[in-house]
Design a protein around this ligand. Structure first.
Ligand SMILES: *Cc1c(COP(=O)(O)O)cnc(C)c1O
Length: 371
């Protein structure tokens, strides 16, 4: 007897390059037996990323979290407060806490979920050292307003640009702003190297400092400073090198899926507002429901069909149990209860997208609220 098992649909699915193309790189590694410590494939990937993203430097590191920690260290932020957003993946906050700094949360804009620059100044104290905003879901933060505040108070700006690969703002790569922008190349991200991350750095001295920090702080026998191991391996670089040639195709496919979602969901759920000057990378497809109850109803209906969207991002990080005096951020707290990311990856077929939308439509309309 044949049993039919339905393919489970998750919010994301890692892109896998053709195996033979990956193996060609692996063969090179086996031939030259340099596995890490700034090997040729790491350098090749860095150079190709510089070309692809049209940036002028990049340092490939072990993951997006260590990229944030290295950024804080390279900018000499060793104590005090860092202004950040509560609406992001937990790693933005954990990097700050792990460096023994205090995250100070500023609420977000309701339209695109990025930090609200109008609420930053009131949170600045004599201890504030930096601002760490997030281009969440690949949407651009209000870069000009943030820079103006940073300049006025002498603060560093570190963008967590983990979602921003391929997004462009006013024609420039969205990962090229701030004193440092960091990326994540984790397997669930738009472009991945299984695990991985990067720093893009404005200042030449900071660039050298970060390079030293990521390899234990020494050059040969000369030890300069306390460092850590943030180096990436040739095996990981090989994955990146074999995926990079497919990025345009990946972005195009994701775009087509998002356009269909937009068309089918327009009046059913709240969608992020289109941003002027932004060429979006279609990294995520977030939708905001009317209530948490409606979200849970949709999730239950999708689950019946083995479709699993994700509550991204929930909870609002100012509510974490290990954040003791997390200020109130009403917009982030409200949105995080009602927002989810729908399945989005280049191999998702259009019939599945239609099916997802039909289920959402059905369950959004299944109970009428009388107020
Ligand atoms: C994924 C992610 C990170 C962490 O990246 P890792 O490579 O998994 O360490 C940091 N910030 C944001 C916003 C992320 O989505």
């Amino acid at each position: 007897m044949m049993t039919l098992t339905k393919e489970k649909i998750f919010v994301t699915k890692s892109f896998m390059p053709p195996l033979n193309e990956y193996m060609q790189y692996v063969e090179k590694i086996f031939n030259n037996v340099q596995l890490t410590n700034g090997g040729p494939l790491v350098k090749e990937l860095e150079n190709k990323l510089i070309d692809y993203l049209k940036i002028n430097n990049i340092q490939y590191v072990t993951n997006g979290t260590i990229a944030l920690q290295l950024a804080l260290r390279a900018l000499d932020i060793e104590e005090g407060e860092v202004i950040t957003t509560p609406f992001t993946y937990v790693a933005t906050t954990s990097a700050i806490l792990w460096e023994k700094l205090k995250p100070v949360y500023v609420d977000i804009e309701p339209d695109n979920f990025t930090i609200d620059p109008n609420k930053i100044e009131e949170k600045i104290t004599s201890k504030t050292r930096a601002i760490m905003p997030v281009h969440v879901f690949g949407y651009a933060c209000n870069i000009e307003a943030i820079q103006k505040i940073a300049d006025k108070y002498g603060l560093k700006v570190i963008y967590d640009a983990a979602h921003a690969f391929g997004s462009k703002y006013k024609g420039k790569s969205l990962v090229s702003f701030g004193d440092i922008s960091t990326l994540s190349f984790h397997a669930t991200k738009l472009f991945h190297t299984v695990e991985g991350g990067a720093c893009i750095i404005k200042d030449e001295i900071v660039k050298k400092e970060l390079d030293l920090l990521k390899r234990f702080g020494h050059n040969g026998d000369e030890h300069f400073c306390l460092g850590i191991n943030g180096k990436q391996s040739e095996i990981h670089a090989a994955m990146g090198l074999s995926i990079l040639p497919y990025m345009d195709e990946i972005l195009e496919k994701r775009k087509r899926i998002c356009v269909l979602y937009d068309e089918l969901l327009e009046n059913i759920v709240q969608l992020p507002k289109k941003q002027e000057g932004l060429e979006h990378n279609f990294a995520y497809y977030p939708v905001v429901f009317k209530s948490e109850e409606e979200l849970l109803r949709v999730f239950e209906a999708l689950k019946q069909e083995e479709i699993y969207p994700r509550r991204y991002f929930y909870p609002s990080l100012n509510k974490l149990s290990y954040i003791f005096d997390g200020e109130s951020c009403p917009i982030s707290e409200d949105i995080s209860k009602r927002i989810a990311c729908l399945p989005l990856h280049p191999t998702l077929n259009m019939e599945t997208v239609e099916k997802i939308c039909k289920i959402i439509f059905g369950s959004v309309n299944s109970v009428f609220h009388v107020q």
